[in-house]
Design a protein around this ligand. Structure first.
Ligand code: ADP
Ligand code: MG
Length: 213
C-alpha cells in the first residue's frame, strides 16, 4: 500500500522554483532517503508533505486521501529538524511528555510511554535534566523521542545529524537504525550526504533543481 503519493507537485517562492512537478510514491513502512545538493528542494518537499507549506500545483495523498484539507496536526506525522527545538524550562521527561499532557492522557499512561521511548533512545538517565545540560547529540535524541511519543504513522527527518560532530552523528544514525527495526512506520529522511544514510535506506531518491532525478 502507498502511504504518501505526490502527483505533479510544484512549489515556487517568488521567482524561485523550489519543487518542480514532482511525482513520488512511498510505501507504508518504507524507509526512503531523499538526497541532493543544498538548495535542490528537499526541505520544501518535506514541508509540503507536513502541511507547513501550501502547494502551487498538483496533489498530495496520505493514506489515499487528499491532504489538501488536512491541517498539519491532522496528518499523523512527526518531523525532526536539524536543530531541535526543546523547551528550555522543561526537563527531558516533560519535553517528551508534553504532547501527551496536552492530550490530557492519564498520568500513569504518560509515564509508561515516556519511559518506553526513553529506553529505546538511551535517555533513561537523563530524564531529570534540562536541555541546557545536554550535549547536541543528547538533545537530538530527545527531539526524536518527542517525535515518536505521539505514535505517528509517518516520520520526516530533515538533516537530523548535520549540526553534530562525527561521534554524535554516528551515535544518532545507529539509534535511527535501531528505531527503524523497532518501530514500523513510514520514514522519509532528508540529507545532502548520501553516504550518511545509505545503510538506513530501503530506497534512495536523488533530487536536483527541484526535480527527482
Ligand atoms: P534544500 O533543503 O534541498 O537545501 P530548500 O527546499 O530549502 O532546499 O530550498 C529550495 C529552494 O527554494 C532554494 O533555492 C531556496 O533558496 C528556496 N527557498 C526555500 N524556502 C524559501 C522561502 N521561504 N523563501 C524564499 N525562497 C525559499
Ligand atoms: Mg534543507
Amino acid at each position: 500500500m502507498n502511504k504518501i503519493v505526490l502527483k505533479n507537485v510544484s512549489k515556487s517562492y517568488q521567482n524561485i522554483v523550489a519543487v518542480n512537478h514532482v511525482n513520488l510514491s512511498i510505501k507504508a513502512n518504507e524507509f526512503v532517503v531523499l538526497t541532493g545538493p543544498s538548495g535542490c528542494g528537499k526541505t520544501t518537499l518535506l514541508r509540503l508533505i507536513a502541511g507547513l507549506e501550501e502547494l502551487d500545483e498538483g496533489e498530495i495523498l496520505i493514506d489515499n486521501q487528499s491532504a489538501a484539507r488536512l491541517k498539519p496536526h491532522q496528518r499523523n506525522l512527526s518531523m525532526v529538524f536539524q536543530d531541535s527545538t526543546l523547551y528550555p524550562h522543561l526537563t527531558v521527561f516533560n519535553n517528551i511528555a508534553l504532547s501527551l499532557k496536552l492530550e490530557r492522557l492519564n498520568k500513569i499512561l504518560i509515564e509508561q510511554r515516556v519511559r518506553k521511548i526513553a529506553a529505546l533512545l538511551g535517555l533513561n538517565d537523563l530524564l531529570k535534566r534540562k536541555p541546557n545540560a545536554l550535549s547536541g547529540g543528547q538533545r537530538q535524541r530527545v527531539a526524536i523521542a518527542c517525535a515518536l511519543i505521539k505514535k505517528p504513522s509517518i516520520i520526516l527527518f530533515d538533516e537530523p545529524v548535520s549540526s553534530l560532530d562525527i561521534p554524535a552523528r554516528k551515535e544518532i544514525l545507529k539509534i535511527i537504525e535501531h528505531i527503524k527495526k523497532e518501530i514500523k512506520v513510514t520514514y522519509l529522511y532528508v540529507t545532502h550526504d548520501v553516504s550518511e544514510a545509505k545503510t538506513l535506506a530501503d530506497r534512495v531518491i536523488y533530487m536536483e533543481n527541484g526535480k527527482i532525478i
